[in-house]
Design a protein around this ligand. Structure first.
Ligand code: PGA
Length: 256
């Protein structure tokens, strides 16, 4: 039996932007703009924690899904400022973004803590969106593949093929995030293909063929179609351009 084609997944990472009121206004606008796409492409928004539950209510019966931007690995307890995977799940999340480069660079996230968070996410019924990516210095030193493969291996430690098949990876070169500097389609495709080959080595070809790999880093309406047209690019993780309904909807449409 031929494997099902991978459905594209476009996610908006809002980072620390939008109050609850602003978040609701944005999803209400977006909802109408993408409703005609139905399930041609999976559409995800990741607002800050405080907006998750109200946004979940505002996107009921729509084709939008919800993601958290992080979760802690413990189920509950004395961890001031943290949020558990089960809390995200109950608030309405399907996905959780883990290991974003801002978490790694600004908040001490490591491959090991990303792995612990991914385990907690899966246990709570959330699908992890695992972010990997090299810095400019690492790319210039010719270490891109070594770095992203180390990050993937670390994040996936201990998971079986059946679990990993549903995961989403996001390749986000750090030098392309929020800089307006996008990877070329060839650069993106090269890394995506290498990651898929790594998944085939770690698991098997069938699993590697199911995992969706998003590209992230200055994705905009005018470069989305070309990036999403690459063989191993299965979607986009969008920061800045996800804060404007029209821009995000245009990127989503490029994936449909
Ligand atoms: P950007 O962010 O689209 O603003 O470059 C992408 C991301 O950090 O996920």
């Amino acid at each position: 039996m031929a494997a099902e084609p991978r459905r594209k997944i476009v996610a908006g990472n809002w980072k620390m932007n939008k109050t609850v009121t602003e978040a609701l206004a944005l999803v209400r606008e977006l909802r109408g703009m993408v409703s005609m796409l139905r399930d041609k492409v999976e559409i995800v928004v990741a607002p800050p924690f405080v907006s998750l539950y109200p946004v979940a209510k505002a996107i009921e019966d729509s084709n939008l899904k919800l993601a958290g931007q992080n979760c802690h690995w413990e189920a509950s307890g004395a961890f001031t400022g943290e949020v558990s995977a089960a809390m995200l799940k109950e608030a309405g999340c399907t996905y959780v973004i883990l290991g974003h480069s801002e978490r790694r660079q600004l908040f001490g996230e490591t491959d090991e803590t990303v792995n612990k968070r991914a385990q907690a996410a899966l246990k709570a019924g959330l699908v992890p969106i695992l972010c990997v990516g090299e810095t400019l210095a690492e790319r210039e030193a010719g270490r891109t593949l070594e770095v992203v493969e180390r990050q993937v291996k670390g994040a996936l430690a201990g998971f079986g093929a059946g679990e990993v098949a549903s995961f989403v990876l996001a390749y986000e070169p750090v030098w392309a995030i929020g800089t307006g500097r996008t990877a070329t389609t060839a650069q993106a495709q090269e890394v995506h293909a290498a990651l898929r080959a790594q998944l085939a080595r770690l698991y098997d070809g069938g699993t590697a063929g199911q995992v969706r790999i998003q590209y992230g880093g200055s994705v905009k309406p005018d470069n989305a179609a070309e990036l999403l047209g690459q063989r191993d690019v299965d979607g986009a993780l969008v920061g800045g351009a996800s804060l404007k309904a029209g821009d995000f909807a245009a990127i989503v449409k490029a994936g449909a």
